[in-house]
Design a protein around this ligand. Sequence first.
Ligand code: ATP
Ligand code: MG
Length: 201
Amino acid sequence: MTDTDKNTRHQLRMARKKAIIDANIANADQEKGLLLVLTGNGKGKSSSAFGMVGRSLGHGMKVGVCQFLKSRTDTGEEAFFGKQARCEWHVLGDGFTWETQNREQDIATSERGWAVAQAMLTDASYDLVVLDELTYLLNYGYLDADQVLDTIGARPPMQHVVVTGRAASETLRDFADTVSDITDVKHAYRDGIKAQPGIDL
Ligand code: ATP
Ligand code: MG
């Protein structure tokens, strides 16, 4: 095939592709507050959520972040986003459940944390609410899953919510508008590399 033939074929293929993309864009003309679920065993759930925090702040939107489970307050994301005027950052955990080893305490902590999230989910001034590691609280039964989904479902119509954490339930996946299941292909930790600032925290 000559170069001219190759160029003509490429041009035709791209024109067909553009027609399909343009039709899809024209079709997607609705707006609403979305529920996103970022789950799976691979790395990139919370950091993806924080990417959306950055995007939202860039648009002047107001953001609320609830970090369940975790108790560390030395992360790069908190240091950076916690300083932003339009971002409210709450670390609501007592540590990992295998650290506390106390179910009663975990439930009390979860309920206190959920009250903070609930206040955001009933306040239309928040354009984006991130519920980081929420799936664990639901899967361990620390929070009532039906009640949590009812609250998320009844939030202000234009408010976006991002839920992260491994093993999101079928019910949560069905309820969401966008679901990403991140696959663990490999992780440096298994080669003995400790958590790296900027990458892991
Ligand atoms: P990140 O915050 O980096 O996006 P994540 O939210 O997808 O990660 P978590 O389960 O919340 O994953 O774990 C947070 C920490 O554990 C991070 O330091 C991350 O690099 C690390 N981590 C995530 N997935 C894995 C994995 N599959 N194996 C080992 N460590 C992991
Ligand atoms: Mg995470």
